[in-house]
Each structure stands twice: as C-alpha cells, then as structure tokens.
Design a protein around this ligand. Structure first.
Ligand SMILES: *[C@@H]1O[C@H](CO)[C@@H](O)[C@H](O)[C@H]1NC(C)=O
Ligand SMILES: *[C@@H]1O[C@H](CO)[C@@H](O)[C@H](O)[C@H]1NC(C)=O
Length: 345
C-alpha cells in the first residue's frame, strides 16, 4: 500500500536504545464474560446497533436490570478464586472532532497523504489537538442523557475514570459525566491512552498547563510538552502492545470494579484485542461496556511485553513525502529524548 511507503527525505539520527529487563507489576490476562452485553456477541451488527437506545446493550431488559447486574458481578467477585477478579470496563469513544470532519471532507487518501500533517486549510482548523465539532458536542450530550436515563434503573456509575491526553476525549469525558456524576471520581489522564502514534497534527496534544486549566476536574500526571507526537506511524501491532501495557498498568493500580476509559477508536480497537473481545466499530461518542475476567498471566516470563524490533530513527526537522503524487510536508521534530521505550514496528 502506498500509505506505508513513508519516505524520509532529510537526515535522521539513529538511536541505539537498550531495553532493560522489565521488573514491573504482574502481567495480566483478560477474557470477556459473555452474555451480559449484546456488543460481546457476534450476532450484533455494529454498523446498525444503537446501544444508547438500549441500556448500553445490557441483555436483561427488566426494570431491575442494573440491580441484578450488580448482584451478578458482586457474586462473580465473591466466588472468584485467588488471583482472579472481575471488572466492568466502560470503553467510550470521543464525539466527532474537527479532524473527523476534515478527513471526511478531503477523503481518506488526501487526508492521510497530506492534510493530516497540516492543522488547517485556511478556513477550517483541526490541529493541533483537534477539539470536538458542534456535532461532536451534541453526540456527547446524547450519550450523557443515555447514562442519566439508566440511573433510576440502578446503573453502576464509573468508580474511576481513565482518559486520553487529547482534548476531544477530555471534553467528551467531562461533558458526558459532569451532568451525571463526576469528581468524585477524579479522572486520571494517561499519556499512552492516545490515538495511534503518527505525524497527524490533530493528534499532537496541548501543553499540560493548558489542559490543567481547561479540565480542572482531571488529574494530569504528564509532562508539559507532548513527548509522543511526530512519531513514525505506529503499526497496529505496535499499538496493540502499547495499549496492553497501559491497560495492565491501569488495572494493576485501580482496585475498582466499574472502570471507565475515554479515548479513541484505535485505542478501543486495541483494548478489545487485549480483552479477547470481538472487533467492534464504535461510533463517535459511543460506549461499549465489557465484563472482564482478570487473571495474572502465568506465562509471563519477566520479559518486556513489547520491544522494539528494529533500530529506529529520531526525526529532526524533516521533509516527508508520505505518498507519491503528494507534496512533501515539513514536519519539525519536537521531542528530544525519553523516546526509547515506545514501541515502533
Ligand atoms: C476547508 O475544510 C473544510 C472542512 O474540513 C471545508 O468545509 C472547507 O470548504 C475547506 N475550505 C477550502 C477553502 O477548501
Ligand atoms: C477499528 O476497528 C473497526 C472494526 O473492526 C474498523 O472498522 C476500524 O477501521 C478500526 N480502526 C482503527 C483506527 O483501528
């Protein structure tokens, strides 16, 4: 595919990074407990199914549905053997962003080959750090109302929130949950919960000080400058490894049962892979709840779960021609170090 023939025109420094043995917390193994949510079943057509009009996909339609659901999850945890735990993940995607509008306008190829690396076409702006579009805000309001409707039926609200550092996800979280219940719990931002690493200008995050000011409800244990934008396009496998890593970190450190993660399509796809869930094309501002069995991964041998396969380059200011037939795009390298641990394959 032409898309992958990324051509580096200017010089790049070669980094020689050695990966130390991984000594962190236990690696986890996940599996989906079927039967609770329609989205877990292959019989559900993700292109037409609207869980916001159907109690987020809960299979039990009774008025006491969520009370029964809680009892079931509680019973699973009470009867779980040592080292096993059950959690309910609410995986939420951000509402439509300006970059989604632009991608639709330019078409996939012109977007990926040229416009994604720009922030504007002169009249419309989608980067850096694409914000929600007006439609995105109303999609999120609809999701928020859907949660509110389930409250009288006992829906378990998130006991903790984990969120991407990109504004479209942060706005989605705050606008969804502030009208229902937020702060507590205080959401925590994770640098690694962001969309596929790339040169896309819409995926360059704002400075941490700006995010703290814009989203005072959220905790930002991140650096001031974005260390991850302007990266080589991350492969799907690379992204799966990154998301497995951050998911393990989240689940290892979060003792709660009802855990919300608000992020991006690519992040959610990779989360579903880590959970062993069927693929599911989530709409903007959509939600997939998943009942998950969590166990220690006994086959884990102490090696890093992801590692770099080849030597890779730290780009300086570069001219890149991403696809033949498109103008080269000037991308100036912003980061200097601290890059050694991120996957690239
Ligand atoms: C710029 O892009 C927006 C959508 O992304 C589009 O509606 C608008 O017509 C474009 N402007 C020009 C001058 O092409
Ligand atoms: C995510 O998965 C859906 C369904 O399999 C697919 O249609 C979509 O292209 C994937 N998107 C990304 C960014 O991985």
């Amino acid at each position: 595919m032409i898309f992958w023939s990324l051509l580096l025109l200017a010089t790049s420094g070669l980094a020689n990074i050695v990966f130390p043995a991984y000594n962190g917390p236990p690696r986890l193994k996940y599996s989906v407990v079927p039967g609770y949510f329609k989205q877990s079943s292959l019989a559900t057509d993700d292109r037409t199914y609207d869980p916001l009009r159907d109690s987020f996909g809960l299979t039990d339609p009774s008025p006491h549905r969520w009370y029964r659901f809680r009892q079931n999850i509680h019973a699973l945890n009470m009867n779980a053997p040592e080292g096993v735990r059950y959690v309910v993940l609410y995986l939420a995607r951000h509402g439509q962003g300006h970059h989604n509008v632009a991608e639709e306008f330019f078409g996939w190829e012109a977007w990926d080959c040229y416009w994604a690396m720009q922030g504007t076409n002169g009249t419309y702006t989608w980067g850096p750090d694409a914000k929600l579009s007006p439609r995105g805000h109303s999609e999120v309001a609809r999701t928020s109302k859907a949660w509110k409707r389930e409250v009288p039926h006992g829906v378990p609200l998130p006991e903790s929130h984990h969120v991407s550092p990109l504004s479209r996800s942060l706005s989605t979280l705050v606008e969804t949950w502030k009208p229902v219940a937020l702060n507590p719990p205080r959401p925590v931002c994770h640098e690694l919960l962001r969309e596929t690493l790339s040169l896309h200008y819409s995926d360059r995050r704002s400075k941490a000080s700006y995010l703290r000011e814009m989203y005072p409800e959220v905790e930002f244990p991140i650096e001031e400058e974005d260390p991850l934008w302007n990266f080589h396009r991350e492969s799907e496998i690379g992204r799966n490894m990154r998301i497995k890593h951050v998911l393990d970190e989240i689940i290892n450190n979060d003792p709660n049962t009802y855990i919300a993660m608000t992020s991006h399509l690519g992040v959610i796809n990779s989360t579903l892979v880590a959970l062993g869930h069927r693929p599911y094309a989530l709409q903007t501002a959509g939600v997939i709840p998943v009942v998950v069995k969590v166990e220690r991964d006994l086959e884990w041998t102490g090696e890093p779960v992801w590692r770099k396969k080849e030597s890779w380059e730290i780009p300086k200011a570069e001219m890149r021609s991403v696809c033949p037939g498109y103008e080269p795009v000037l991308v100036s390298g912003q980061y200097v170090d601290g890059m050694g641990v991120w996957p690239y394959s």
